[in-house]
Design a protein around this ligand. Structure first.
Ligand code: CMP
Length: 484
């Protein structure tokens, strides 16, 4: 700041000094002109026109110098003060340059006409076809840049301070200015790249405006064994409070691809200052690394799973003992012996469902029941075409018993509220248990009766019917399973 102020002062002093010197020189020249003329007269007595021309050259130079200084002063007043105050931003360099060029040309032509009254400048320019061709050819590229620059200014597709990606080489950086020749951008390696206006006008330019909430994508991958719902939560929370990540929009974490050896993720986040996206991307990756590590999630690296010939029964969720443990906590299974629980555990199949996934659809046929191992589900019935939740079931609760024990279609839909692991018990496994534990059929029949009554709670008639029906439930269960 101090440097720019002192350099401004130096420039002002230099300007005043140059103006004073030029004015003084002009004054002195007019003073000594008669003397000079007398001297030249004596030396070139036969050619007064030549002597006039000679004396006019310093005049033209000095007046042009003063005109140049005047234009610069006017430029500063107009664009540094008036323009900035009225429009609120700095005037583009190109506009300033065009203004200076036009103003100086006009002044120069006026001065020239005043000094060389007998020379017709207009005629000189318009009649000189060769001059025109030479200028045209020499300035072909320059004029192309110049007019492209003007159209860029008229269009205003970007402003100083915006990040742009331009050119075939995909130069990326912050726009520092647009001159009559080129767009000047400062890359993230702090290099200056000049892309000529005519090239830029032909290319697609990607603009990330400063005032815009620009987004970025950052990628990472995790093991297939890691839970997607957990990964989403952990990564999103890690990113959302990182520096320069906009709090206005919550970052999005989503699966981009199910890759060969990993789940591939992308994080989409929005930046407050896009010019710092390199640092922010790095910070986001760092935060994700720490968060994943804390949560026991693992970054994936290329792996191959080899299945050997020897068949091993694998359980997708947990060990057999854990399952038996879970089943022992289910109230209807509490009378079962440890051995029976272990048998039942072996016969169960584990499944994982994502939040929002439907586990059971009302009306479907089904011949198995489920125990919630982890997570939560809700039981829904359709009412006026909309789902109504009748119950929320958590760890240790079971569902699907109505279909399994009665053979009727599913009475309700069951949807996962969060990531949920369930243990499925099929008809054959249940039949085996019922043969040694006939009392189990009775306790299940009570649950079914209660649930049916609760389902019919909306209608008095239906509730009454379901209670009456429950009396015959036990015998129909026994019949269904072929029990005595
Ligand atoms: P099923 O009819 O096989 O499929 C839907 C399941 O939702 C049903 O078995 C029950 O397990 C469960 N269900 C139905 N109504 C209720 C309720 N009122 N409370 C808890 N669970 C229920």
């Amino acid at each position: 700041m101090a440097v720019s102020r002192s350099s401004k002062r130096n420039r002002l002093l230099a300007f005043i000094f140059a103006t004073v010197v030029a004015a003084l020189a002009l004054y002195v020249f007019y003073k000594i002109e008669p003397t000079l003329r007398g001297y030249l007269n004596a030396r070139m007595s036969s050619r007064p026109a030549a002597e006039d021309n000679l004396l006019n050259i310093p005049k033209l130079i000095l007046w042009s110098l003063l005109a140049f200084l005047g234009v610069r002063a006017l430029n500063t007043v107009l664009f540094d003060f008036v323009f900035r105050i009225r429009r609120g931003f700095e005037a583009p360099t190109l506009v300033r340059n065009v203004f200076s060029l036009v103003a100086f040309t006009i002044l120069f032509v006026l001065i020239f006409n005043r000094i060389y009254t007998e020379v017709n400048l207009g005629a000189l320019f318009t009649t000189s076809a060769i001059f025109g061709v030479i200028i045209g050819l020499a300035l072909q590229d320059t004029l192309g840049n110049f007019f492209s620059g003007i159209s860029l200014h008229a269009d205003r597709p970007f402003q100083v301070g915006d990040v742009i990606v331009v050119g075939q080489q995909k130069h990326t950086g912050v726009v520092e200015g647009i001159t009559w020749r080129a767009i000047k951008i400062r890359t993230f390696q702090n290099h200056i790249v000049l892309v000529s206006n005519s090239n830029a006008a032909k290319e697609a330019i990607e603009v990330c405006p400063r005032e815009n909430l620009n987004a970025r994508l950052v990628f990472f991958s995790t093991l297939y064994t890691d839970s997607p719902a957990k990964t989403i939560h952990v990564a999103r929370e890690a990113v959302r409070d990182a520096d320069n990540v906009s709090p206005k929009i919550t970052p999005i974490v989503r699966i981009r691809n199910l890759g060969e050896s990993s789940i591939e993720w992308e994080i989409k986040y929005w930046l407050e200052d896009y010019a710092k996206y390199n640092d922010t991307d790095a910070l986001v990756r760092q935060r994700v690394w720490y968060a994943l590590r804390r949560s026991g999630l693992t970054f994936a690296f290329p792996t191959r799973t080899l299945h050997l010939e020897r068949k091993v029964t694998t359980r997708p969720i947990t060990l057999e003992e854990q399952i038996a443990d879970r089943l022992s906590a289910v109230d209807v299974f509490s009378p079962l012996s440890t051995e029976e629980l272990r048998q039942l555990a072996t016969a169960t199949v584990g499944h994982v469902f994502a939040p929002g996934e439907t586990l059971i659809r009302a009306g479907d046929k089904g011949s198995s029941m489920f125990v919630v191992h982890n997570g939560r589900v809700e039981v829904q019935v359709a009412e006026n075409g909309r789902p109504r939740t009748v119950a929320v079931l958590t760890e240790g609760n079971f569902f699907g018993e109505m279909g399994l024990f009665t053979g009727e279609p599913r009475t309700a839909s069951v949807v996962a509220i969060e990531e949920t692991e369930v243990l499925e018990i099929g008809h054959a496994a249940m039949k085996q248990i019922l043969e040694t534990n006939p009392d189990l059929a009775e306790s299940i029949s009570w649950t079914i009766a209660e649930r049916k009554a609760s389902l019919a709670a909306g209608s008095q008639q239906a509730a009454q019917a379901s209670i009456e029906e429950s009396a015959g439930l036990l015998s129909s269960i026994k019949r269904f399973f072929g029990l005595r």
